[in-house]
Every structure is written in structure tokens, then in C-alpha cells.
Design a protein around this ligand. Structure first.
Ligand code: NAP
Ligand code: SF4
Length: 683
């Protein structure tokens, strides 16, 4: 679209002039260029509509121009799972009205996403273009006949009309990510030979018909976004010509805007994980933009205002969509506008508290912000009485406790034995593909300063130093566990902390003992060129994962061509199962695939005899075996550092012990920050 069609540039005086340019959509003008993308939070399914409303109203108050709800099913068979929220009855409309009223009172705008899951619906009644089962679902879909297709269209149109009745400002029709409409668009899932299949004009008939009838039903003063798949990343996906044809047809059928969809859920290419380069797919939105006359919205791994500003300034999009960043910080926009961007809590794209929760049936939240989706139950209200609080340890638990306590008005002193903050987060930030963790440490540093926490680096918290405080929080963290494997003289054995802190190096052949999250991280560190993470080099990253150009290969699916590993690595565990089963639900496959692509050998069911200068001697099914290695890296979990807690307890002093100092087993930053925030909210 041309600039003249949008608006005139107003002098905003912000660091992000393009981000804060209003966007004129005809019947309505959005105040800035940021859309909160659709996320399934699980809140609707709790039935607590006050809580749903507060989630969205909090983000509306934070200044985002337009929000899209989690996907709402247009009918039972289209629900992502049995009981998925939708808009089926007059009672449903009343519930949604609570949300839209609250959002409007907060000065925001909200559109409802209509999500028909097609063969991704987790149930035996699922339907699709053809009876082809998805690799990520146990349920083969029923192939719809002509009447069945008409019924689905009617339900989607009814959902849109009900959304209007419920007070929404618009709808987003989900046409990407491999859901129902996308299943009709590509040959991969559409083998029909009637007017809904075969040549492209037939395969795009369903989404275009849906758009045409939705527009007719809702009128012209209502936002209708179509989420279009720009790169399917599955075999037989859309070609770029087809993407453009569909986009133009959807525009002609009445769409207000086109949002970007990237990759099907079954694609074996990561699209939103932390190892995906920032804005890795925005060039495709930029390529679509001149082909249509309506605004286009860029999406995926955009998590900072400067990234969004850069895309808009370069004409890659008219708007940017960010979803998870609004879990991490509902005030993202307000802070960016006020020149306080450093205070924006960063989404590190870990998926640990959001998508991993969603896919295991738990309420969504956020590792960085435990209040996300818990706005009504976890509150940081001003403390009735300000007290002097000491925190020992500036890892994630200690820093989070200090910041929340200080936000509530307490006077907080934070002791850290090392000469820098961050604790275990520093190890994570050293891993290629986990660069976002460095931004999280920076944010903690900013917030400690902004909240006025008295930070004392290189100052171990001794019992004497902690005297005179009203409350003491011990967050002294963990130390690497020594598994007690016999070591012969001359063998090179180090723990992960020494490796990742740069205190020790590793030879060309490495055995990694322990295949938990850190064992996998260390293996990734070992096989990549030092300081040359593909996440920071989008072209390398695309080549590694086989992300091609949809103008050259259908669906943008090219053969992966990973760079050769820099070391020969063997990753071992004792459990007699495939290593990596305990990794994150939505990210574990990425780590397993990345290491397999680098030729990392993974061994489960090992028992360790000894470490010699030749390598690691193990037994597999009772048979002795040598894993030749110049260096053995121990990633065998952690033990709590409790010296301080025990010394204080011996003096009869009552303290709060949190994070790894409390329980080291399966500790991660999510649990540490959550526990710290809940404690500090109650002090
Ligand atoms: P972990 O997940 O508990 O894994 C420890 C590994 O060491 C396991 O493979 C365990 O497997 C082995 N092990 C434990 N005790 C041993 C012993 N005495 N002798 C030999 N092997 C032993 O711990 P981690 O890898 O250190 O990770 C710590 C925490 O950080 C975890 O909660 C993890 O989830 C989190 N983290 C998360 C991510 C992420 O991406 N989300 C990344 C890094 C870390 P066997 O007992 O089968 O040998
Ligand atoms: Fe982002 Fe991780 Fe929070 Fe999800 S849990 S919103 S990925 S920081």
C-alpha cells in the first residue's frame, strides 16, 4: 500500500517514528503499528471470564494497537481439542462481551481469531479436504462432501457475525499454519478432484469463499484479517505465485489486512524458537507487500521495538505482530513510547511457560513474567509496611525476588559473590542459539537499577552481613554435581560451568556425560564455530535447516545443508531411553534434530566405569566400550549451594530459601523466577 493511503507521518518524538505512526484502516485508525498476535492461553477454558478480560485489558492499557484472541472454534469438529473455546451459543456471546467491554474501557481494540483446525483437531470427528492423517495427530480426518464444506463455511461466517455481536472490533480468519483452510490450499493435504481441489483456482476457492461471505456478513466497518501462509515448509506446499494469487483474491474478497503465517505445525523447521533468527521470515512479508493494496503484517521472532521499527522503516510491512512479547511485558508499547525500552521485559522465545504449557494442557504464563495470565491472582501490590530485605545471590531467583520486593516498596539489598549478576543465566547466554538470554540479564540489570535495589557485587553474603535486616532471602543457587566417576591421571575432565565460562577448553573429540537440558546445550556449543552462531546469521541458519525460497521450491522446503561440526561429540546418559525425552515439549525436537544434523552420537543406557586419557570407558548392555575422547564434559545435574542457609539456620535465624538453593533437581529459570516472584509478592 502507498503511504498516501495510510496516513501522514506525524511527529511523534519517539525513538521509533514508524512504530508510532497511526494506521488508517478506513472506518478506524489504529494508534500504532503493533498487533498482539493470537495466542492460546487456556484462560477461556477455565470459565473465569473476569480473568480472561483482565488479561486482555492489561495489554490494552499497555498501548498495543490491536489484539487478536486465541483461536476460537467455529464449531465442535473444528476445535483444536475437545472442549476448546468457541462462540457457539448466546451464553458464549455474553462471556465474550465481558472481554470486549473491558478492553474498550481500557482504550484498546480486539479482534477474535476464528480457528478451524481441520485435521489438526484432536478428536475423531475432525474433517478436512481429503482423508489424509496429519503426522502430529492420531486421528484421520473425514473427507468433507459438498454439503459438508458448505456447512463449515456457514459456521465460520456465523462465528464472525457472533464476534461482531459480542463487541469485537474484528476477526482474524486463520488461513495458515496448516489448519483447515490451509489444508484446502495445498496439494499436500488436498487430493480432491471436484471444484474444491485440483488446479489452484479450485484449491483457493474455500478461503476466498470464506472471506467473501464473512465480509458480506459483518459489513464494511469491521476489521477482517486473513492470516496467509507465506511459506508452508511442508512438501507440496504453495509456490510463491500461488501465495500472491491467493493474497490478491483474498484482498478482492474483502480482507482489511493480511497477517503472516509461517510454517505448518507439522513442519520440521523451527519457526518461533529462540534459535530462530530475529525477524527471520519478514523478508517474505516484504516481498508480498507490493503485490497487494491492503496492509500486510510481519510476524515471527520480532521481540524488540528496534526490530519492529527497522522492518517498518525498510518497508517490509505495514504492521508487526508480536504475541509472546506481550506475555513477557504487557507494557511493551507504553515503555517503548516513553523512551524506556530498556525496561521492556524481553521474551526470550524459550516457550517454557507458554507453548510448552499450552501443549501439556496447562495454563499459559511466561518464564520472565509469572503474572502473565495470572493477573488477578498474582499481584504486586504496595507493601503495607516497607521493610529492609536482604537477598543473597543475583541469579534469576535472587534478582526476581529483589525486583518484585523493591517494586512493592521494600528497601532491598542484593549480595552477589561474583563480580557480575546472572548466575546460571550466564551459561545459557553462552550457548549458540540462546543469545536472547543475554538480553534477559541486561533487563535484570536495568530493573535492579530502576527499582533502586542496592546491588553489591563481589560481596559474599555472610551471616554477619545479613544482620539487621527484617527479612533474608537465600538464593545462592547451585553448583555442578560431581558424579564420582573414577578419573585416571592425565584424563581431561571438566564440568559444564568451567567450559561455558571460558575457564577451560575442549579437544576435538568430546564425550558429554549427562543428556539433560545442559548436556544438549553443551553439545550444541561444542559443534558450532566459536562466536559464530547461525542464529545471528540468518542465511546460514536457513541453509542449515533447509529453508528455501518459495519462488524456487514449493513451500520453501529445500534440502537441509548443515555446516560441518567443529568437534566430534558423543552425548550419554544412564537412562535406557533416547536422550532428550525430557526436553521442552515444543523445543526438544529442535535440539535433537540440530545435534543429529551435526553427527552427534547419542547413547542411552550407559553406565560409566572410568575416564582415562583415551576417553570414557562405559558399559552398554553389560558390554565394555570405549568412547574415544580428548575431553570429557560433565553435565550431570546440580547440587544446591546451602552453606549460607545452613549457617543461618544454625544461628536459629528464619530465612526464605528459593531457587536452586531450595531444590536443585530439575531447576530452571522458570521455576526459580516464579518461586521468587510469589515469595516477594507476599512479603
Ligand atoms: P538434568 O536435566 O537433571 O540432567 C542431568 C543429566 O545428568 C541427566 O542426563 C542425568 O541422566 C545425568 N545424571 C544425573 N546424575 C548423574 C550422576 N550421578 N551420574 C551420571 N549422570 C547423572 O540437569 P541439567 O541438564 O543440568 O539441567 C538443569 C536444569 O536446567 C534442568 O531442569 C533443565 O530442564 C534446565 N535446562 C533447561 C534448558 C531448556 O532448554 N529448557 C536448557 C538447559 C537446562 P541419567 O540419570 O539418565 O544419566
Ligand atoms: Fe517468551 Fe519464554 Fe515467556 Fe513464552 S515463556 S512468552 S517464550 S519468555
Amino acid at each position: 500500500m502507498t503511504d498516501a493511503m495510510t496516513e501522514t507521518l506525524t511527529e511523534t518524538g519517539t525513538d521509533y517514528p514508524h512504530l508510532f505512526r497511526p494506521l488508517d484502516l478506513g472506518h478506524v485508525t489504529l494508534p500504532n503499528r503493533v498487533l498482539m498476535g493470537s495466542m492460546h492461553t487456556g484462560l477461556e477454558e477455565t470459565g473465569d471470564w473476569n480473568r480472561v478480560a483482565e488479561f486482555y485489558a492489561t495489554r490494552a492499557r499497555g498501548g498495543v494497537a490491536l489484539m487478536v484472541t486465541g483461536g476460537m472454534a467455529p464449531n465442535r469438529e473444528g476445535g483444536v481439542f475437545p472442549g476448546a473455546a468457541g462462540l457457539f451459543t448466546p451464553e458464549d456471546i455474553a462471556h465474550h462481551r465481558i472481554v470486549t467491554d473491558r478492553v474498550h474501557a481500557a482504550g484498546g481494540r480486539i479482534a477474535m481469531q476464528i480457528l478451524h483446525a481441520g485435521r489438526y483437531a484432536y478428536g475423531k470427528d475432525c474433517v478436512s479436504a481429503s482423508a489424509i492423517k496429519s503426522p502430529i495427530s492420531p486421528f484421520p480426518p473425514r473427507e468433507l462432501d459438498e454439503a459438508g464444506i458448505e456447512a463449515q463455511i456457514a459456521d465460520i461466517v456465523t462465528a464472525a457475525a457472533r464476534a461482531r455481536e459480542a463487541g469485537y472490533d474484528g476477526v482474524e480468519v486463520m488461513g495458515s499454519e496448516g489448519y483447515f483452510l490451509n489444508q484446502f490450499i495445498v496439494r499436500h493435504t488436498n487430493r480432491r478432484e471436484d471444484r474444491w481441489g485440483g488446479p489452484f483456482e479450485n484449491r483457493m476457492r474455500l478461503p476466498v469463499e470464506v472471506m467473501r461471505r464473512v465480509r458480506a456478513a459483518v459489513g464494511h466497518d469491521f476489521i477482517v484479517i486473513f492470516r496467509i501462509s507465506l511459506i508452508d515448509l511442508v512438501p507440496d506446499g504453495s509456490t510463491w505465485d500461488e501465495v500472491v494469487r491467493l493474497a490478491r483474491a483474498i484482498e478482492a474478497a474483502g480482507a482489511t489486512m493480511l497477517n503472516t503465517g509461517i510454517g505448518w505445525h507439522e513442519a520440521r523447521v523451527p519457526t518461533i524458537a529462540t534459535s530462530v533468527p530475529r525477524a527471520a521470515f519478514a523478508h517474505l512479508t516484504g516481498r508480498l507487500r507490493p503485490e497487494v493494496g491492503i496492509p500486510v503484517i510481519a510476524s515471527n521472532r520480532i521481540n524488540r521495538p528496534e526490530v519492529a521499527e527497522d522492518l517498518l522503516a525498510r518497508g517490509m510491512a505495514d504492521m508487526v505482530s508480536m504475541a509472546r512479547p506481550f506475555l513477557a511485558d504487557p507494557d511493551f508499547i507504553a515503555k517503548a513510547q516513553a523512551g524506556r525500552a530498556a525496561e521492556i521485559a524481553p521474551c526470550i522465545a524459550c516457550n517454557q511457560a507458554c507453548l510448552d504449557h499450552t501443549f501439556s494442557g496447562r495454563l499459559t504464563s511466561c518464564l520472565v513474567n509469572p503474572r502473565a495470565c495470572h493477573e488477578t491472582v498474582l499481584r504486586y501490590d504496595p507493601a503495607p509496611q516497607a521493610r529492609r530485605i536482604a537477598v543473597a545471590g543475583a541469579g534469576p531467583a535472587g534478582m526476581a525476588a529483589a525486583i518484585v520486593a523493591a517494586e512493592r516498596g521494600h528497601e532491598v539489598t542484593l549480595f552477589e559473590a561474583a563480580d557480575r549478576i546472572g548466575g546460571q543465566l550466564n551459561h545459557a547466554a553462552a550457548i549458540p542459539g540462546k543469545e536472547e538470554f543475554a538480553g534477559l540479564i541486561d533487563w535484570f540489570a536495568t530493573m535492579l537499577r530502576v527499582r533502586g535495589v542496592d546491588l553489591r557485587l563481589a560481596t559474599p553474603a555472610t551471616p554477619e552481613a545479613l544482620e539487621g535486616f527484617d527479612e533474608v532471602i537465600v538464593a545462592t543457587g547451585v553448583r555442578p554435581r560431581d558424579p564420582g566417576i573414577p578419573i585416571e591421571p592425565g584424563a581431561e575432565v571438566i564440568d559444564y560451568a568451567r567450559l561455558l565460562s571460558g575457564a577451560a577448553g575442549a579437544g576435538p573429540r568430546v564425550a558429554v556425560v549427562g543428556a539433560g537440558g545442559i548436556g544438549f546445550d553443551v553439545a550444541e556449543w561444542l559443534v558450532e564455530r566459536p562466536g559464530d552462531s547461525p542464529t545471528l546469521h540468518p542465511d546460514d541458519w536457513r541453509r542449515d535447516w533447509g529453508v528455501g525460497d518459495p519462488a524456487q521450491v514449493p513451500g520453501g522446503l529445500a534440502p537441509p545443508d548443515p555446516a560441518p561440526p567443529t568437534r566430534q561429540v558423543t552425548l550419554l546418559q544412564r537412562k535406557p531411553e533416547k536422550p532428550g525425552r525430557g526436553l521442552g515439549k515444543t523445543t526438544g525436537w529442535i535440539h535433537r534434530a540440530a545435534l543429529a544434523a551435526k553427527g552427534v552420537q547419542m547413547i542411552g543406557g550407559a553406565s560409566y566405569d572410568r575416564i582415562t586419557p583415551e576417553g570414557l570407558e562405559i558399559r552398554l548392555n553389560g558390554e565394555p566400550r570405549l568412547i574415544p575422547a580428548d575431553t570429557v564434559v560433565l553435565c550431570t545435574g546440580q547440587d544446591s549451594v546451602r552453606d549460607l542457609a545452613e549457617a543461618l539456620a544454625a544461628q536459629g535465624r528464619t530465612v526464605h530459601v528459593i531457587g536452586g538453593a531450595d531444590v536443585a533437581a530439575e531447576l530452571d529459570a522458570k521455576r526459580a523466577i516464579d518461586q521468587a516472584a510469589r515469595l516477594a509478592a507476599a512479603l
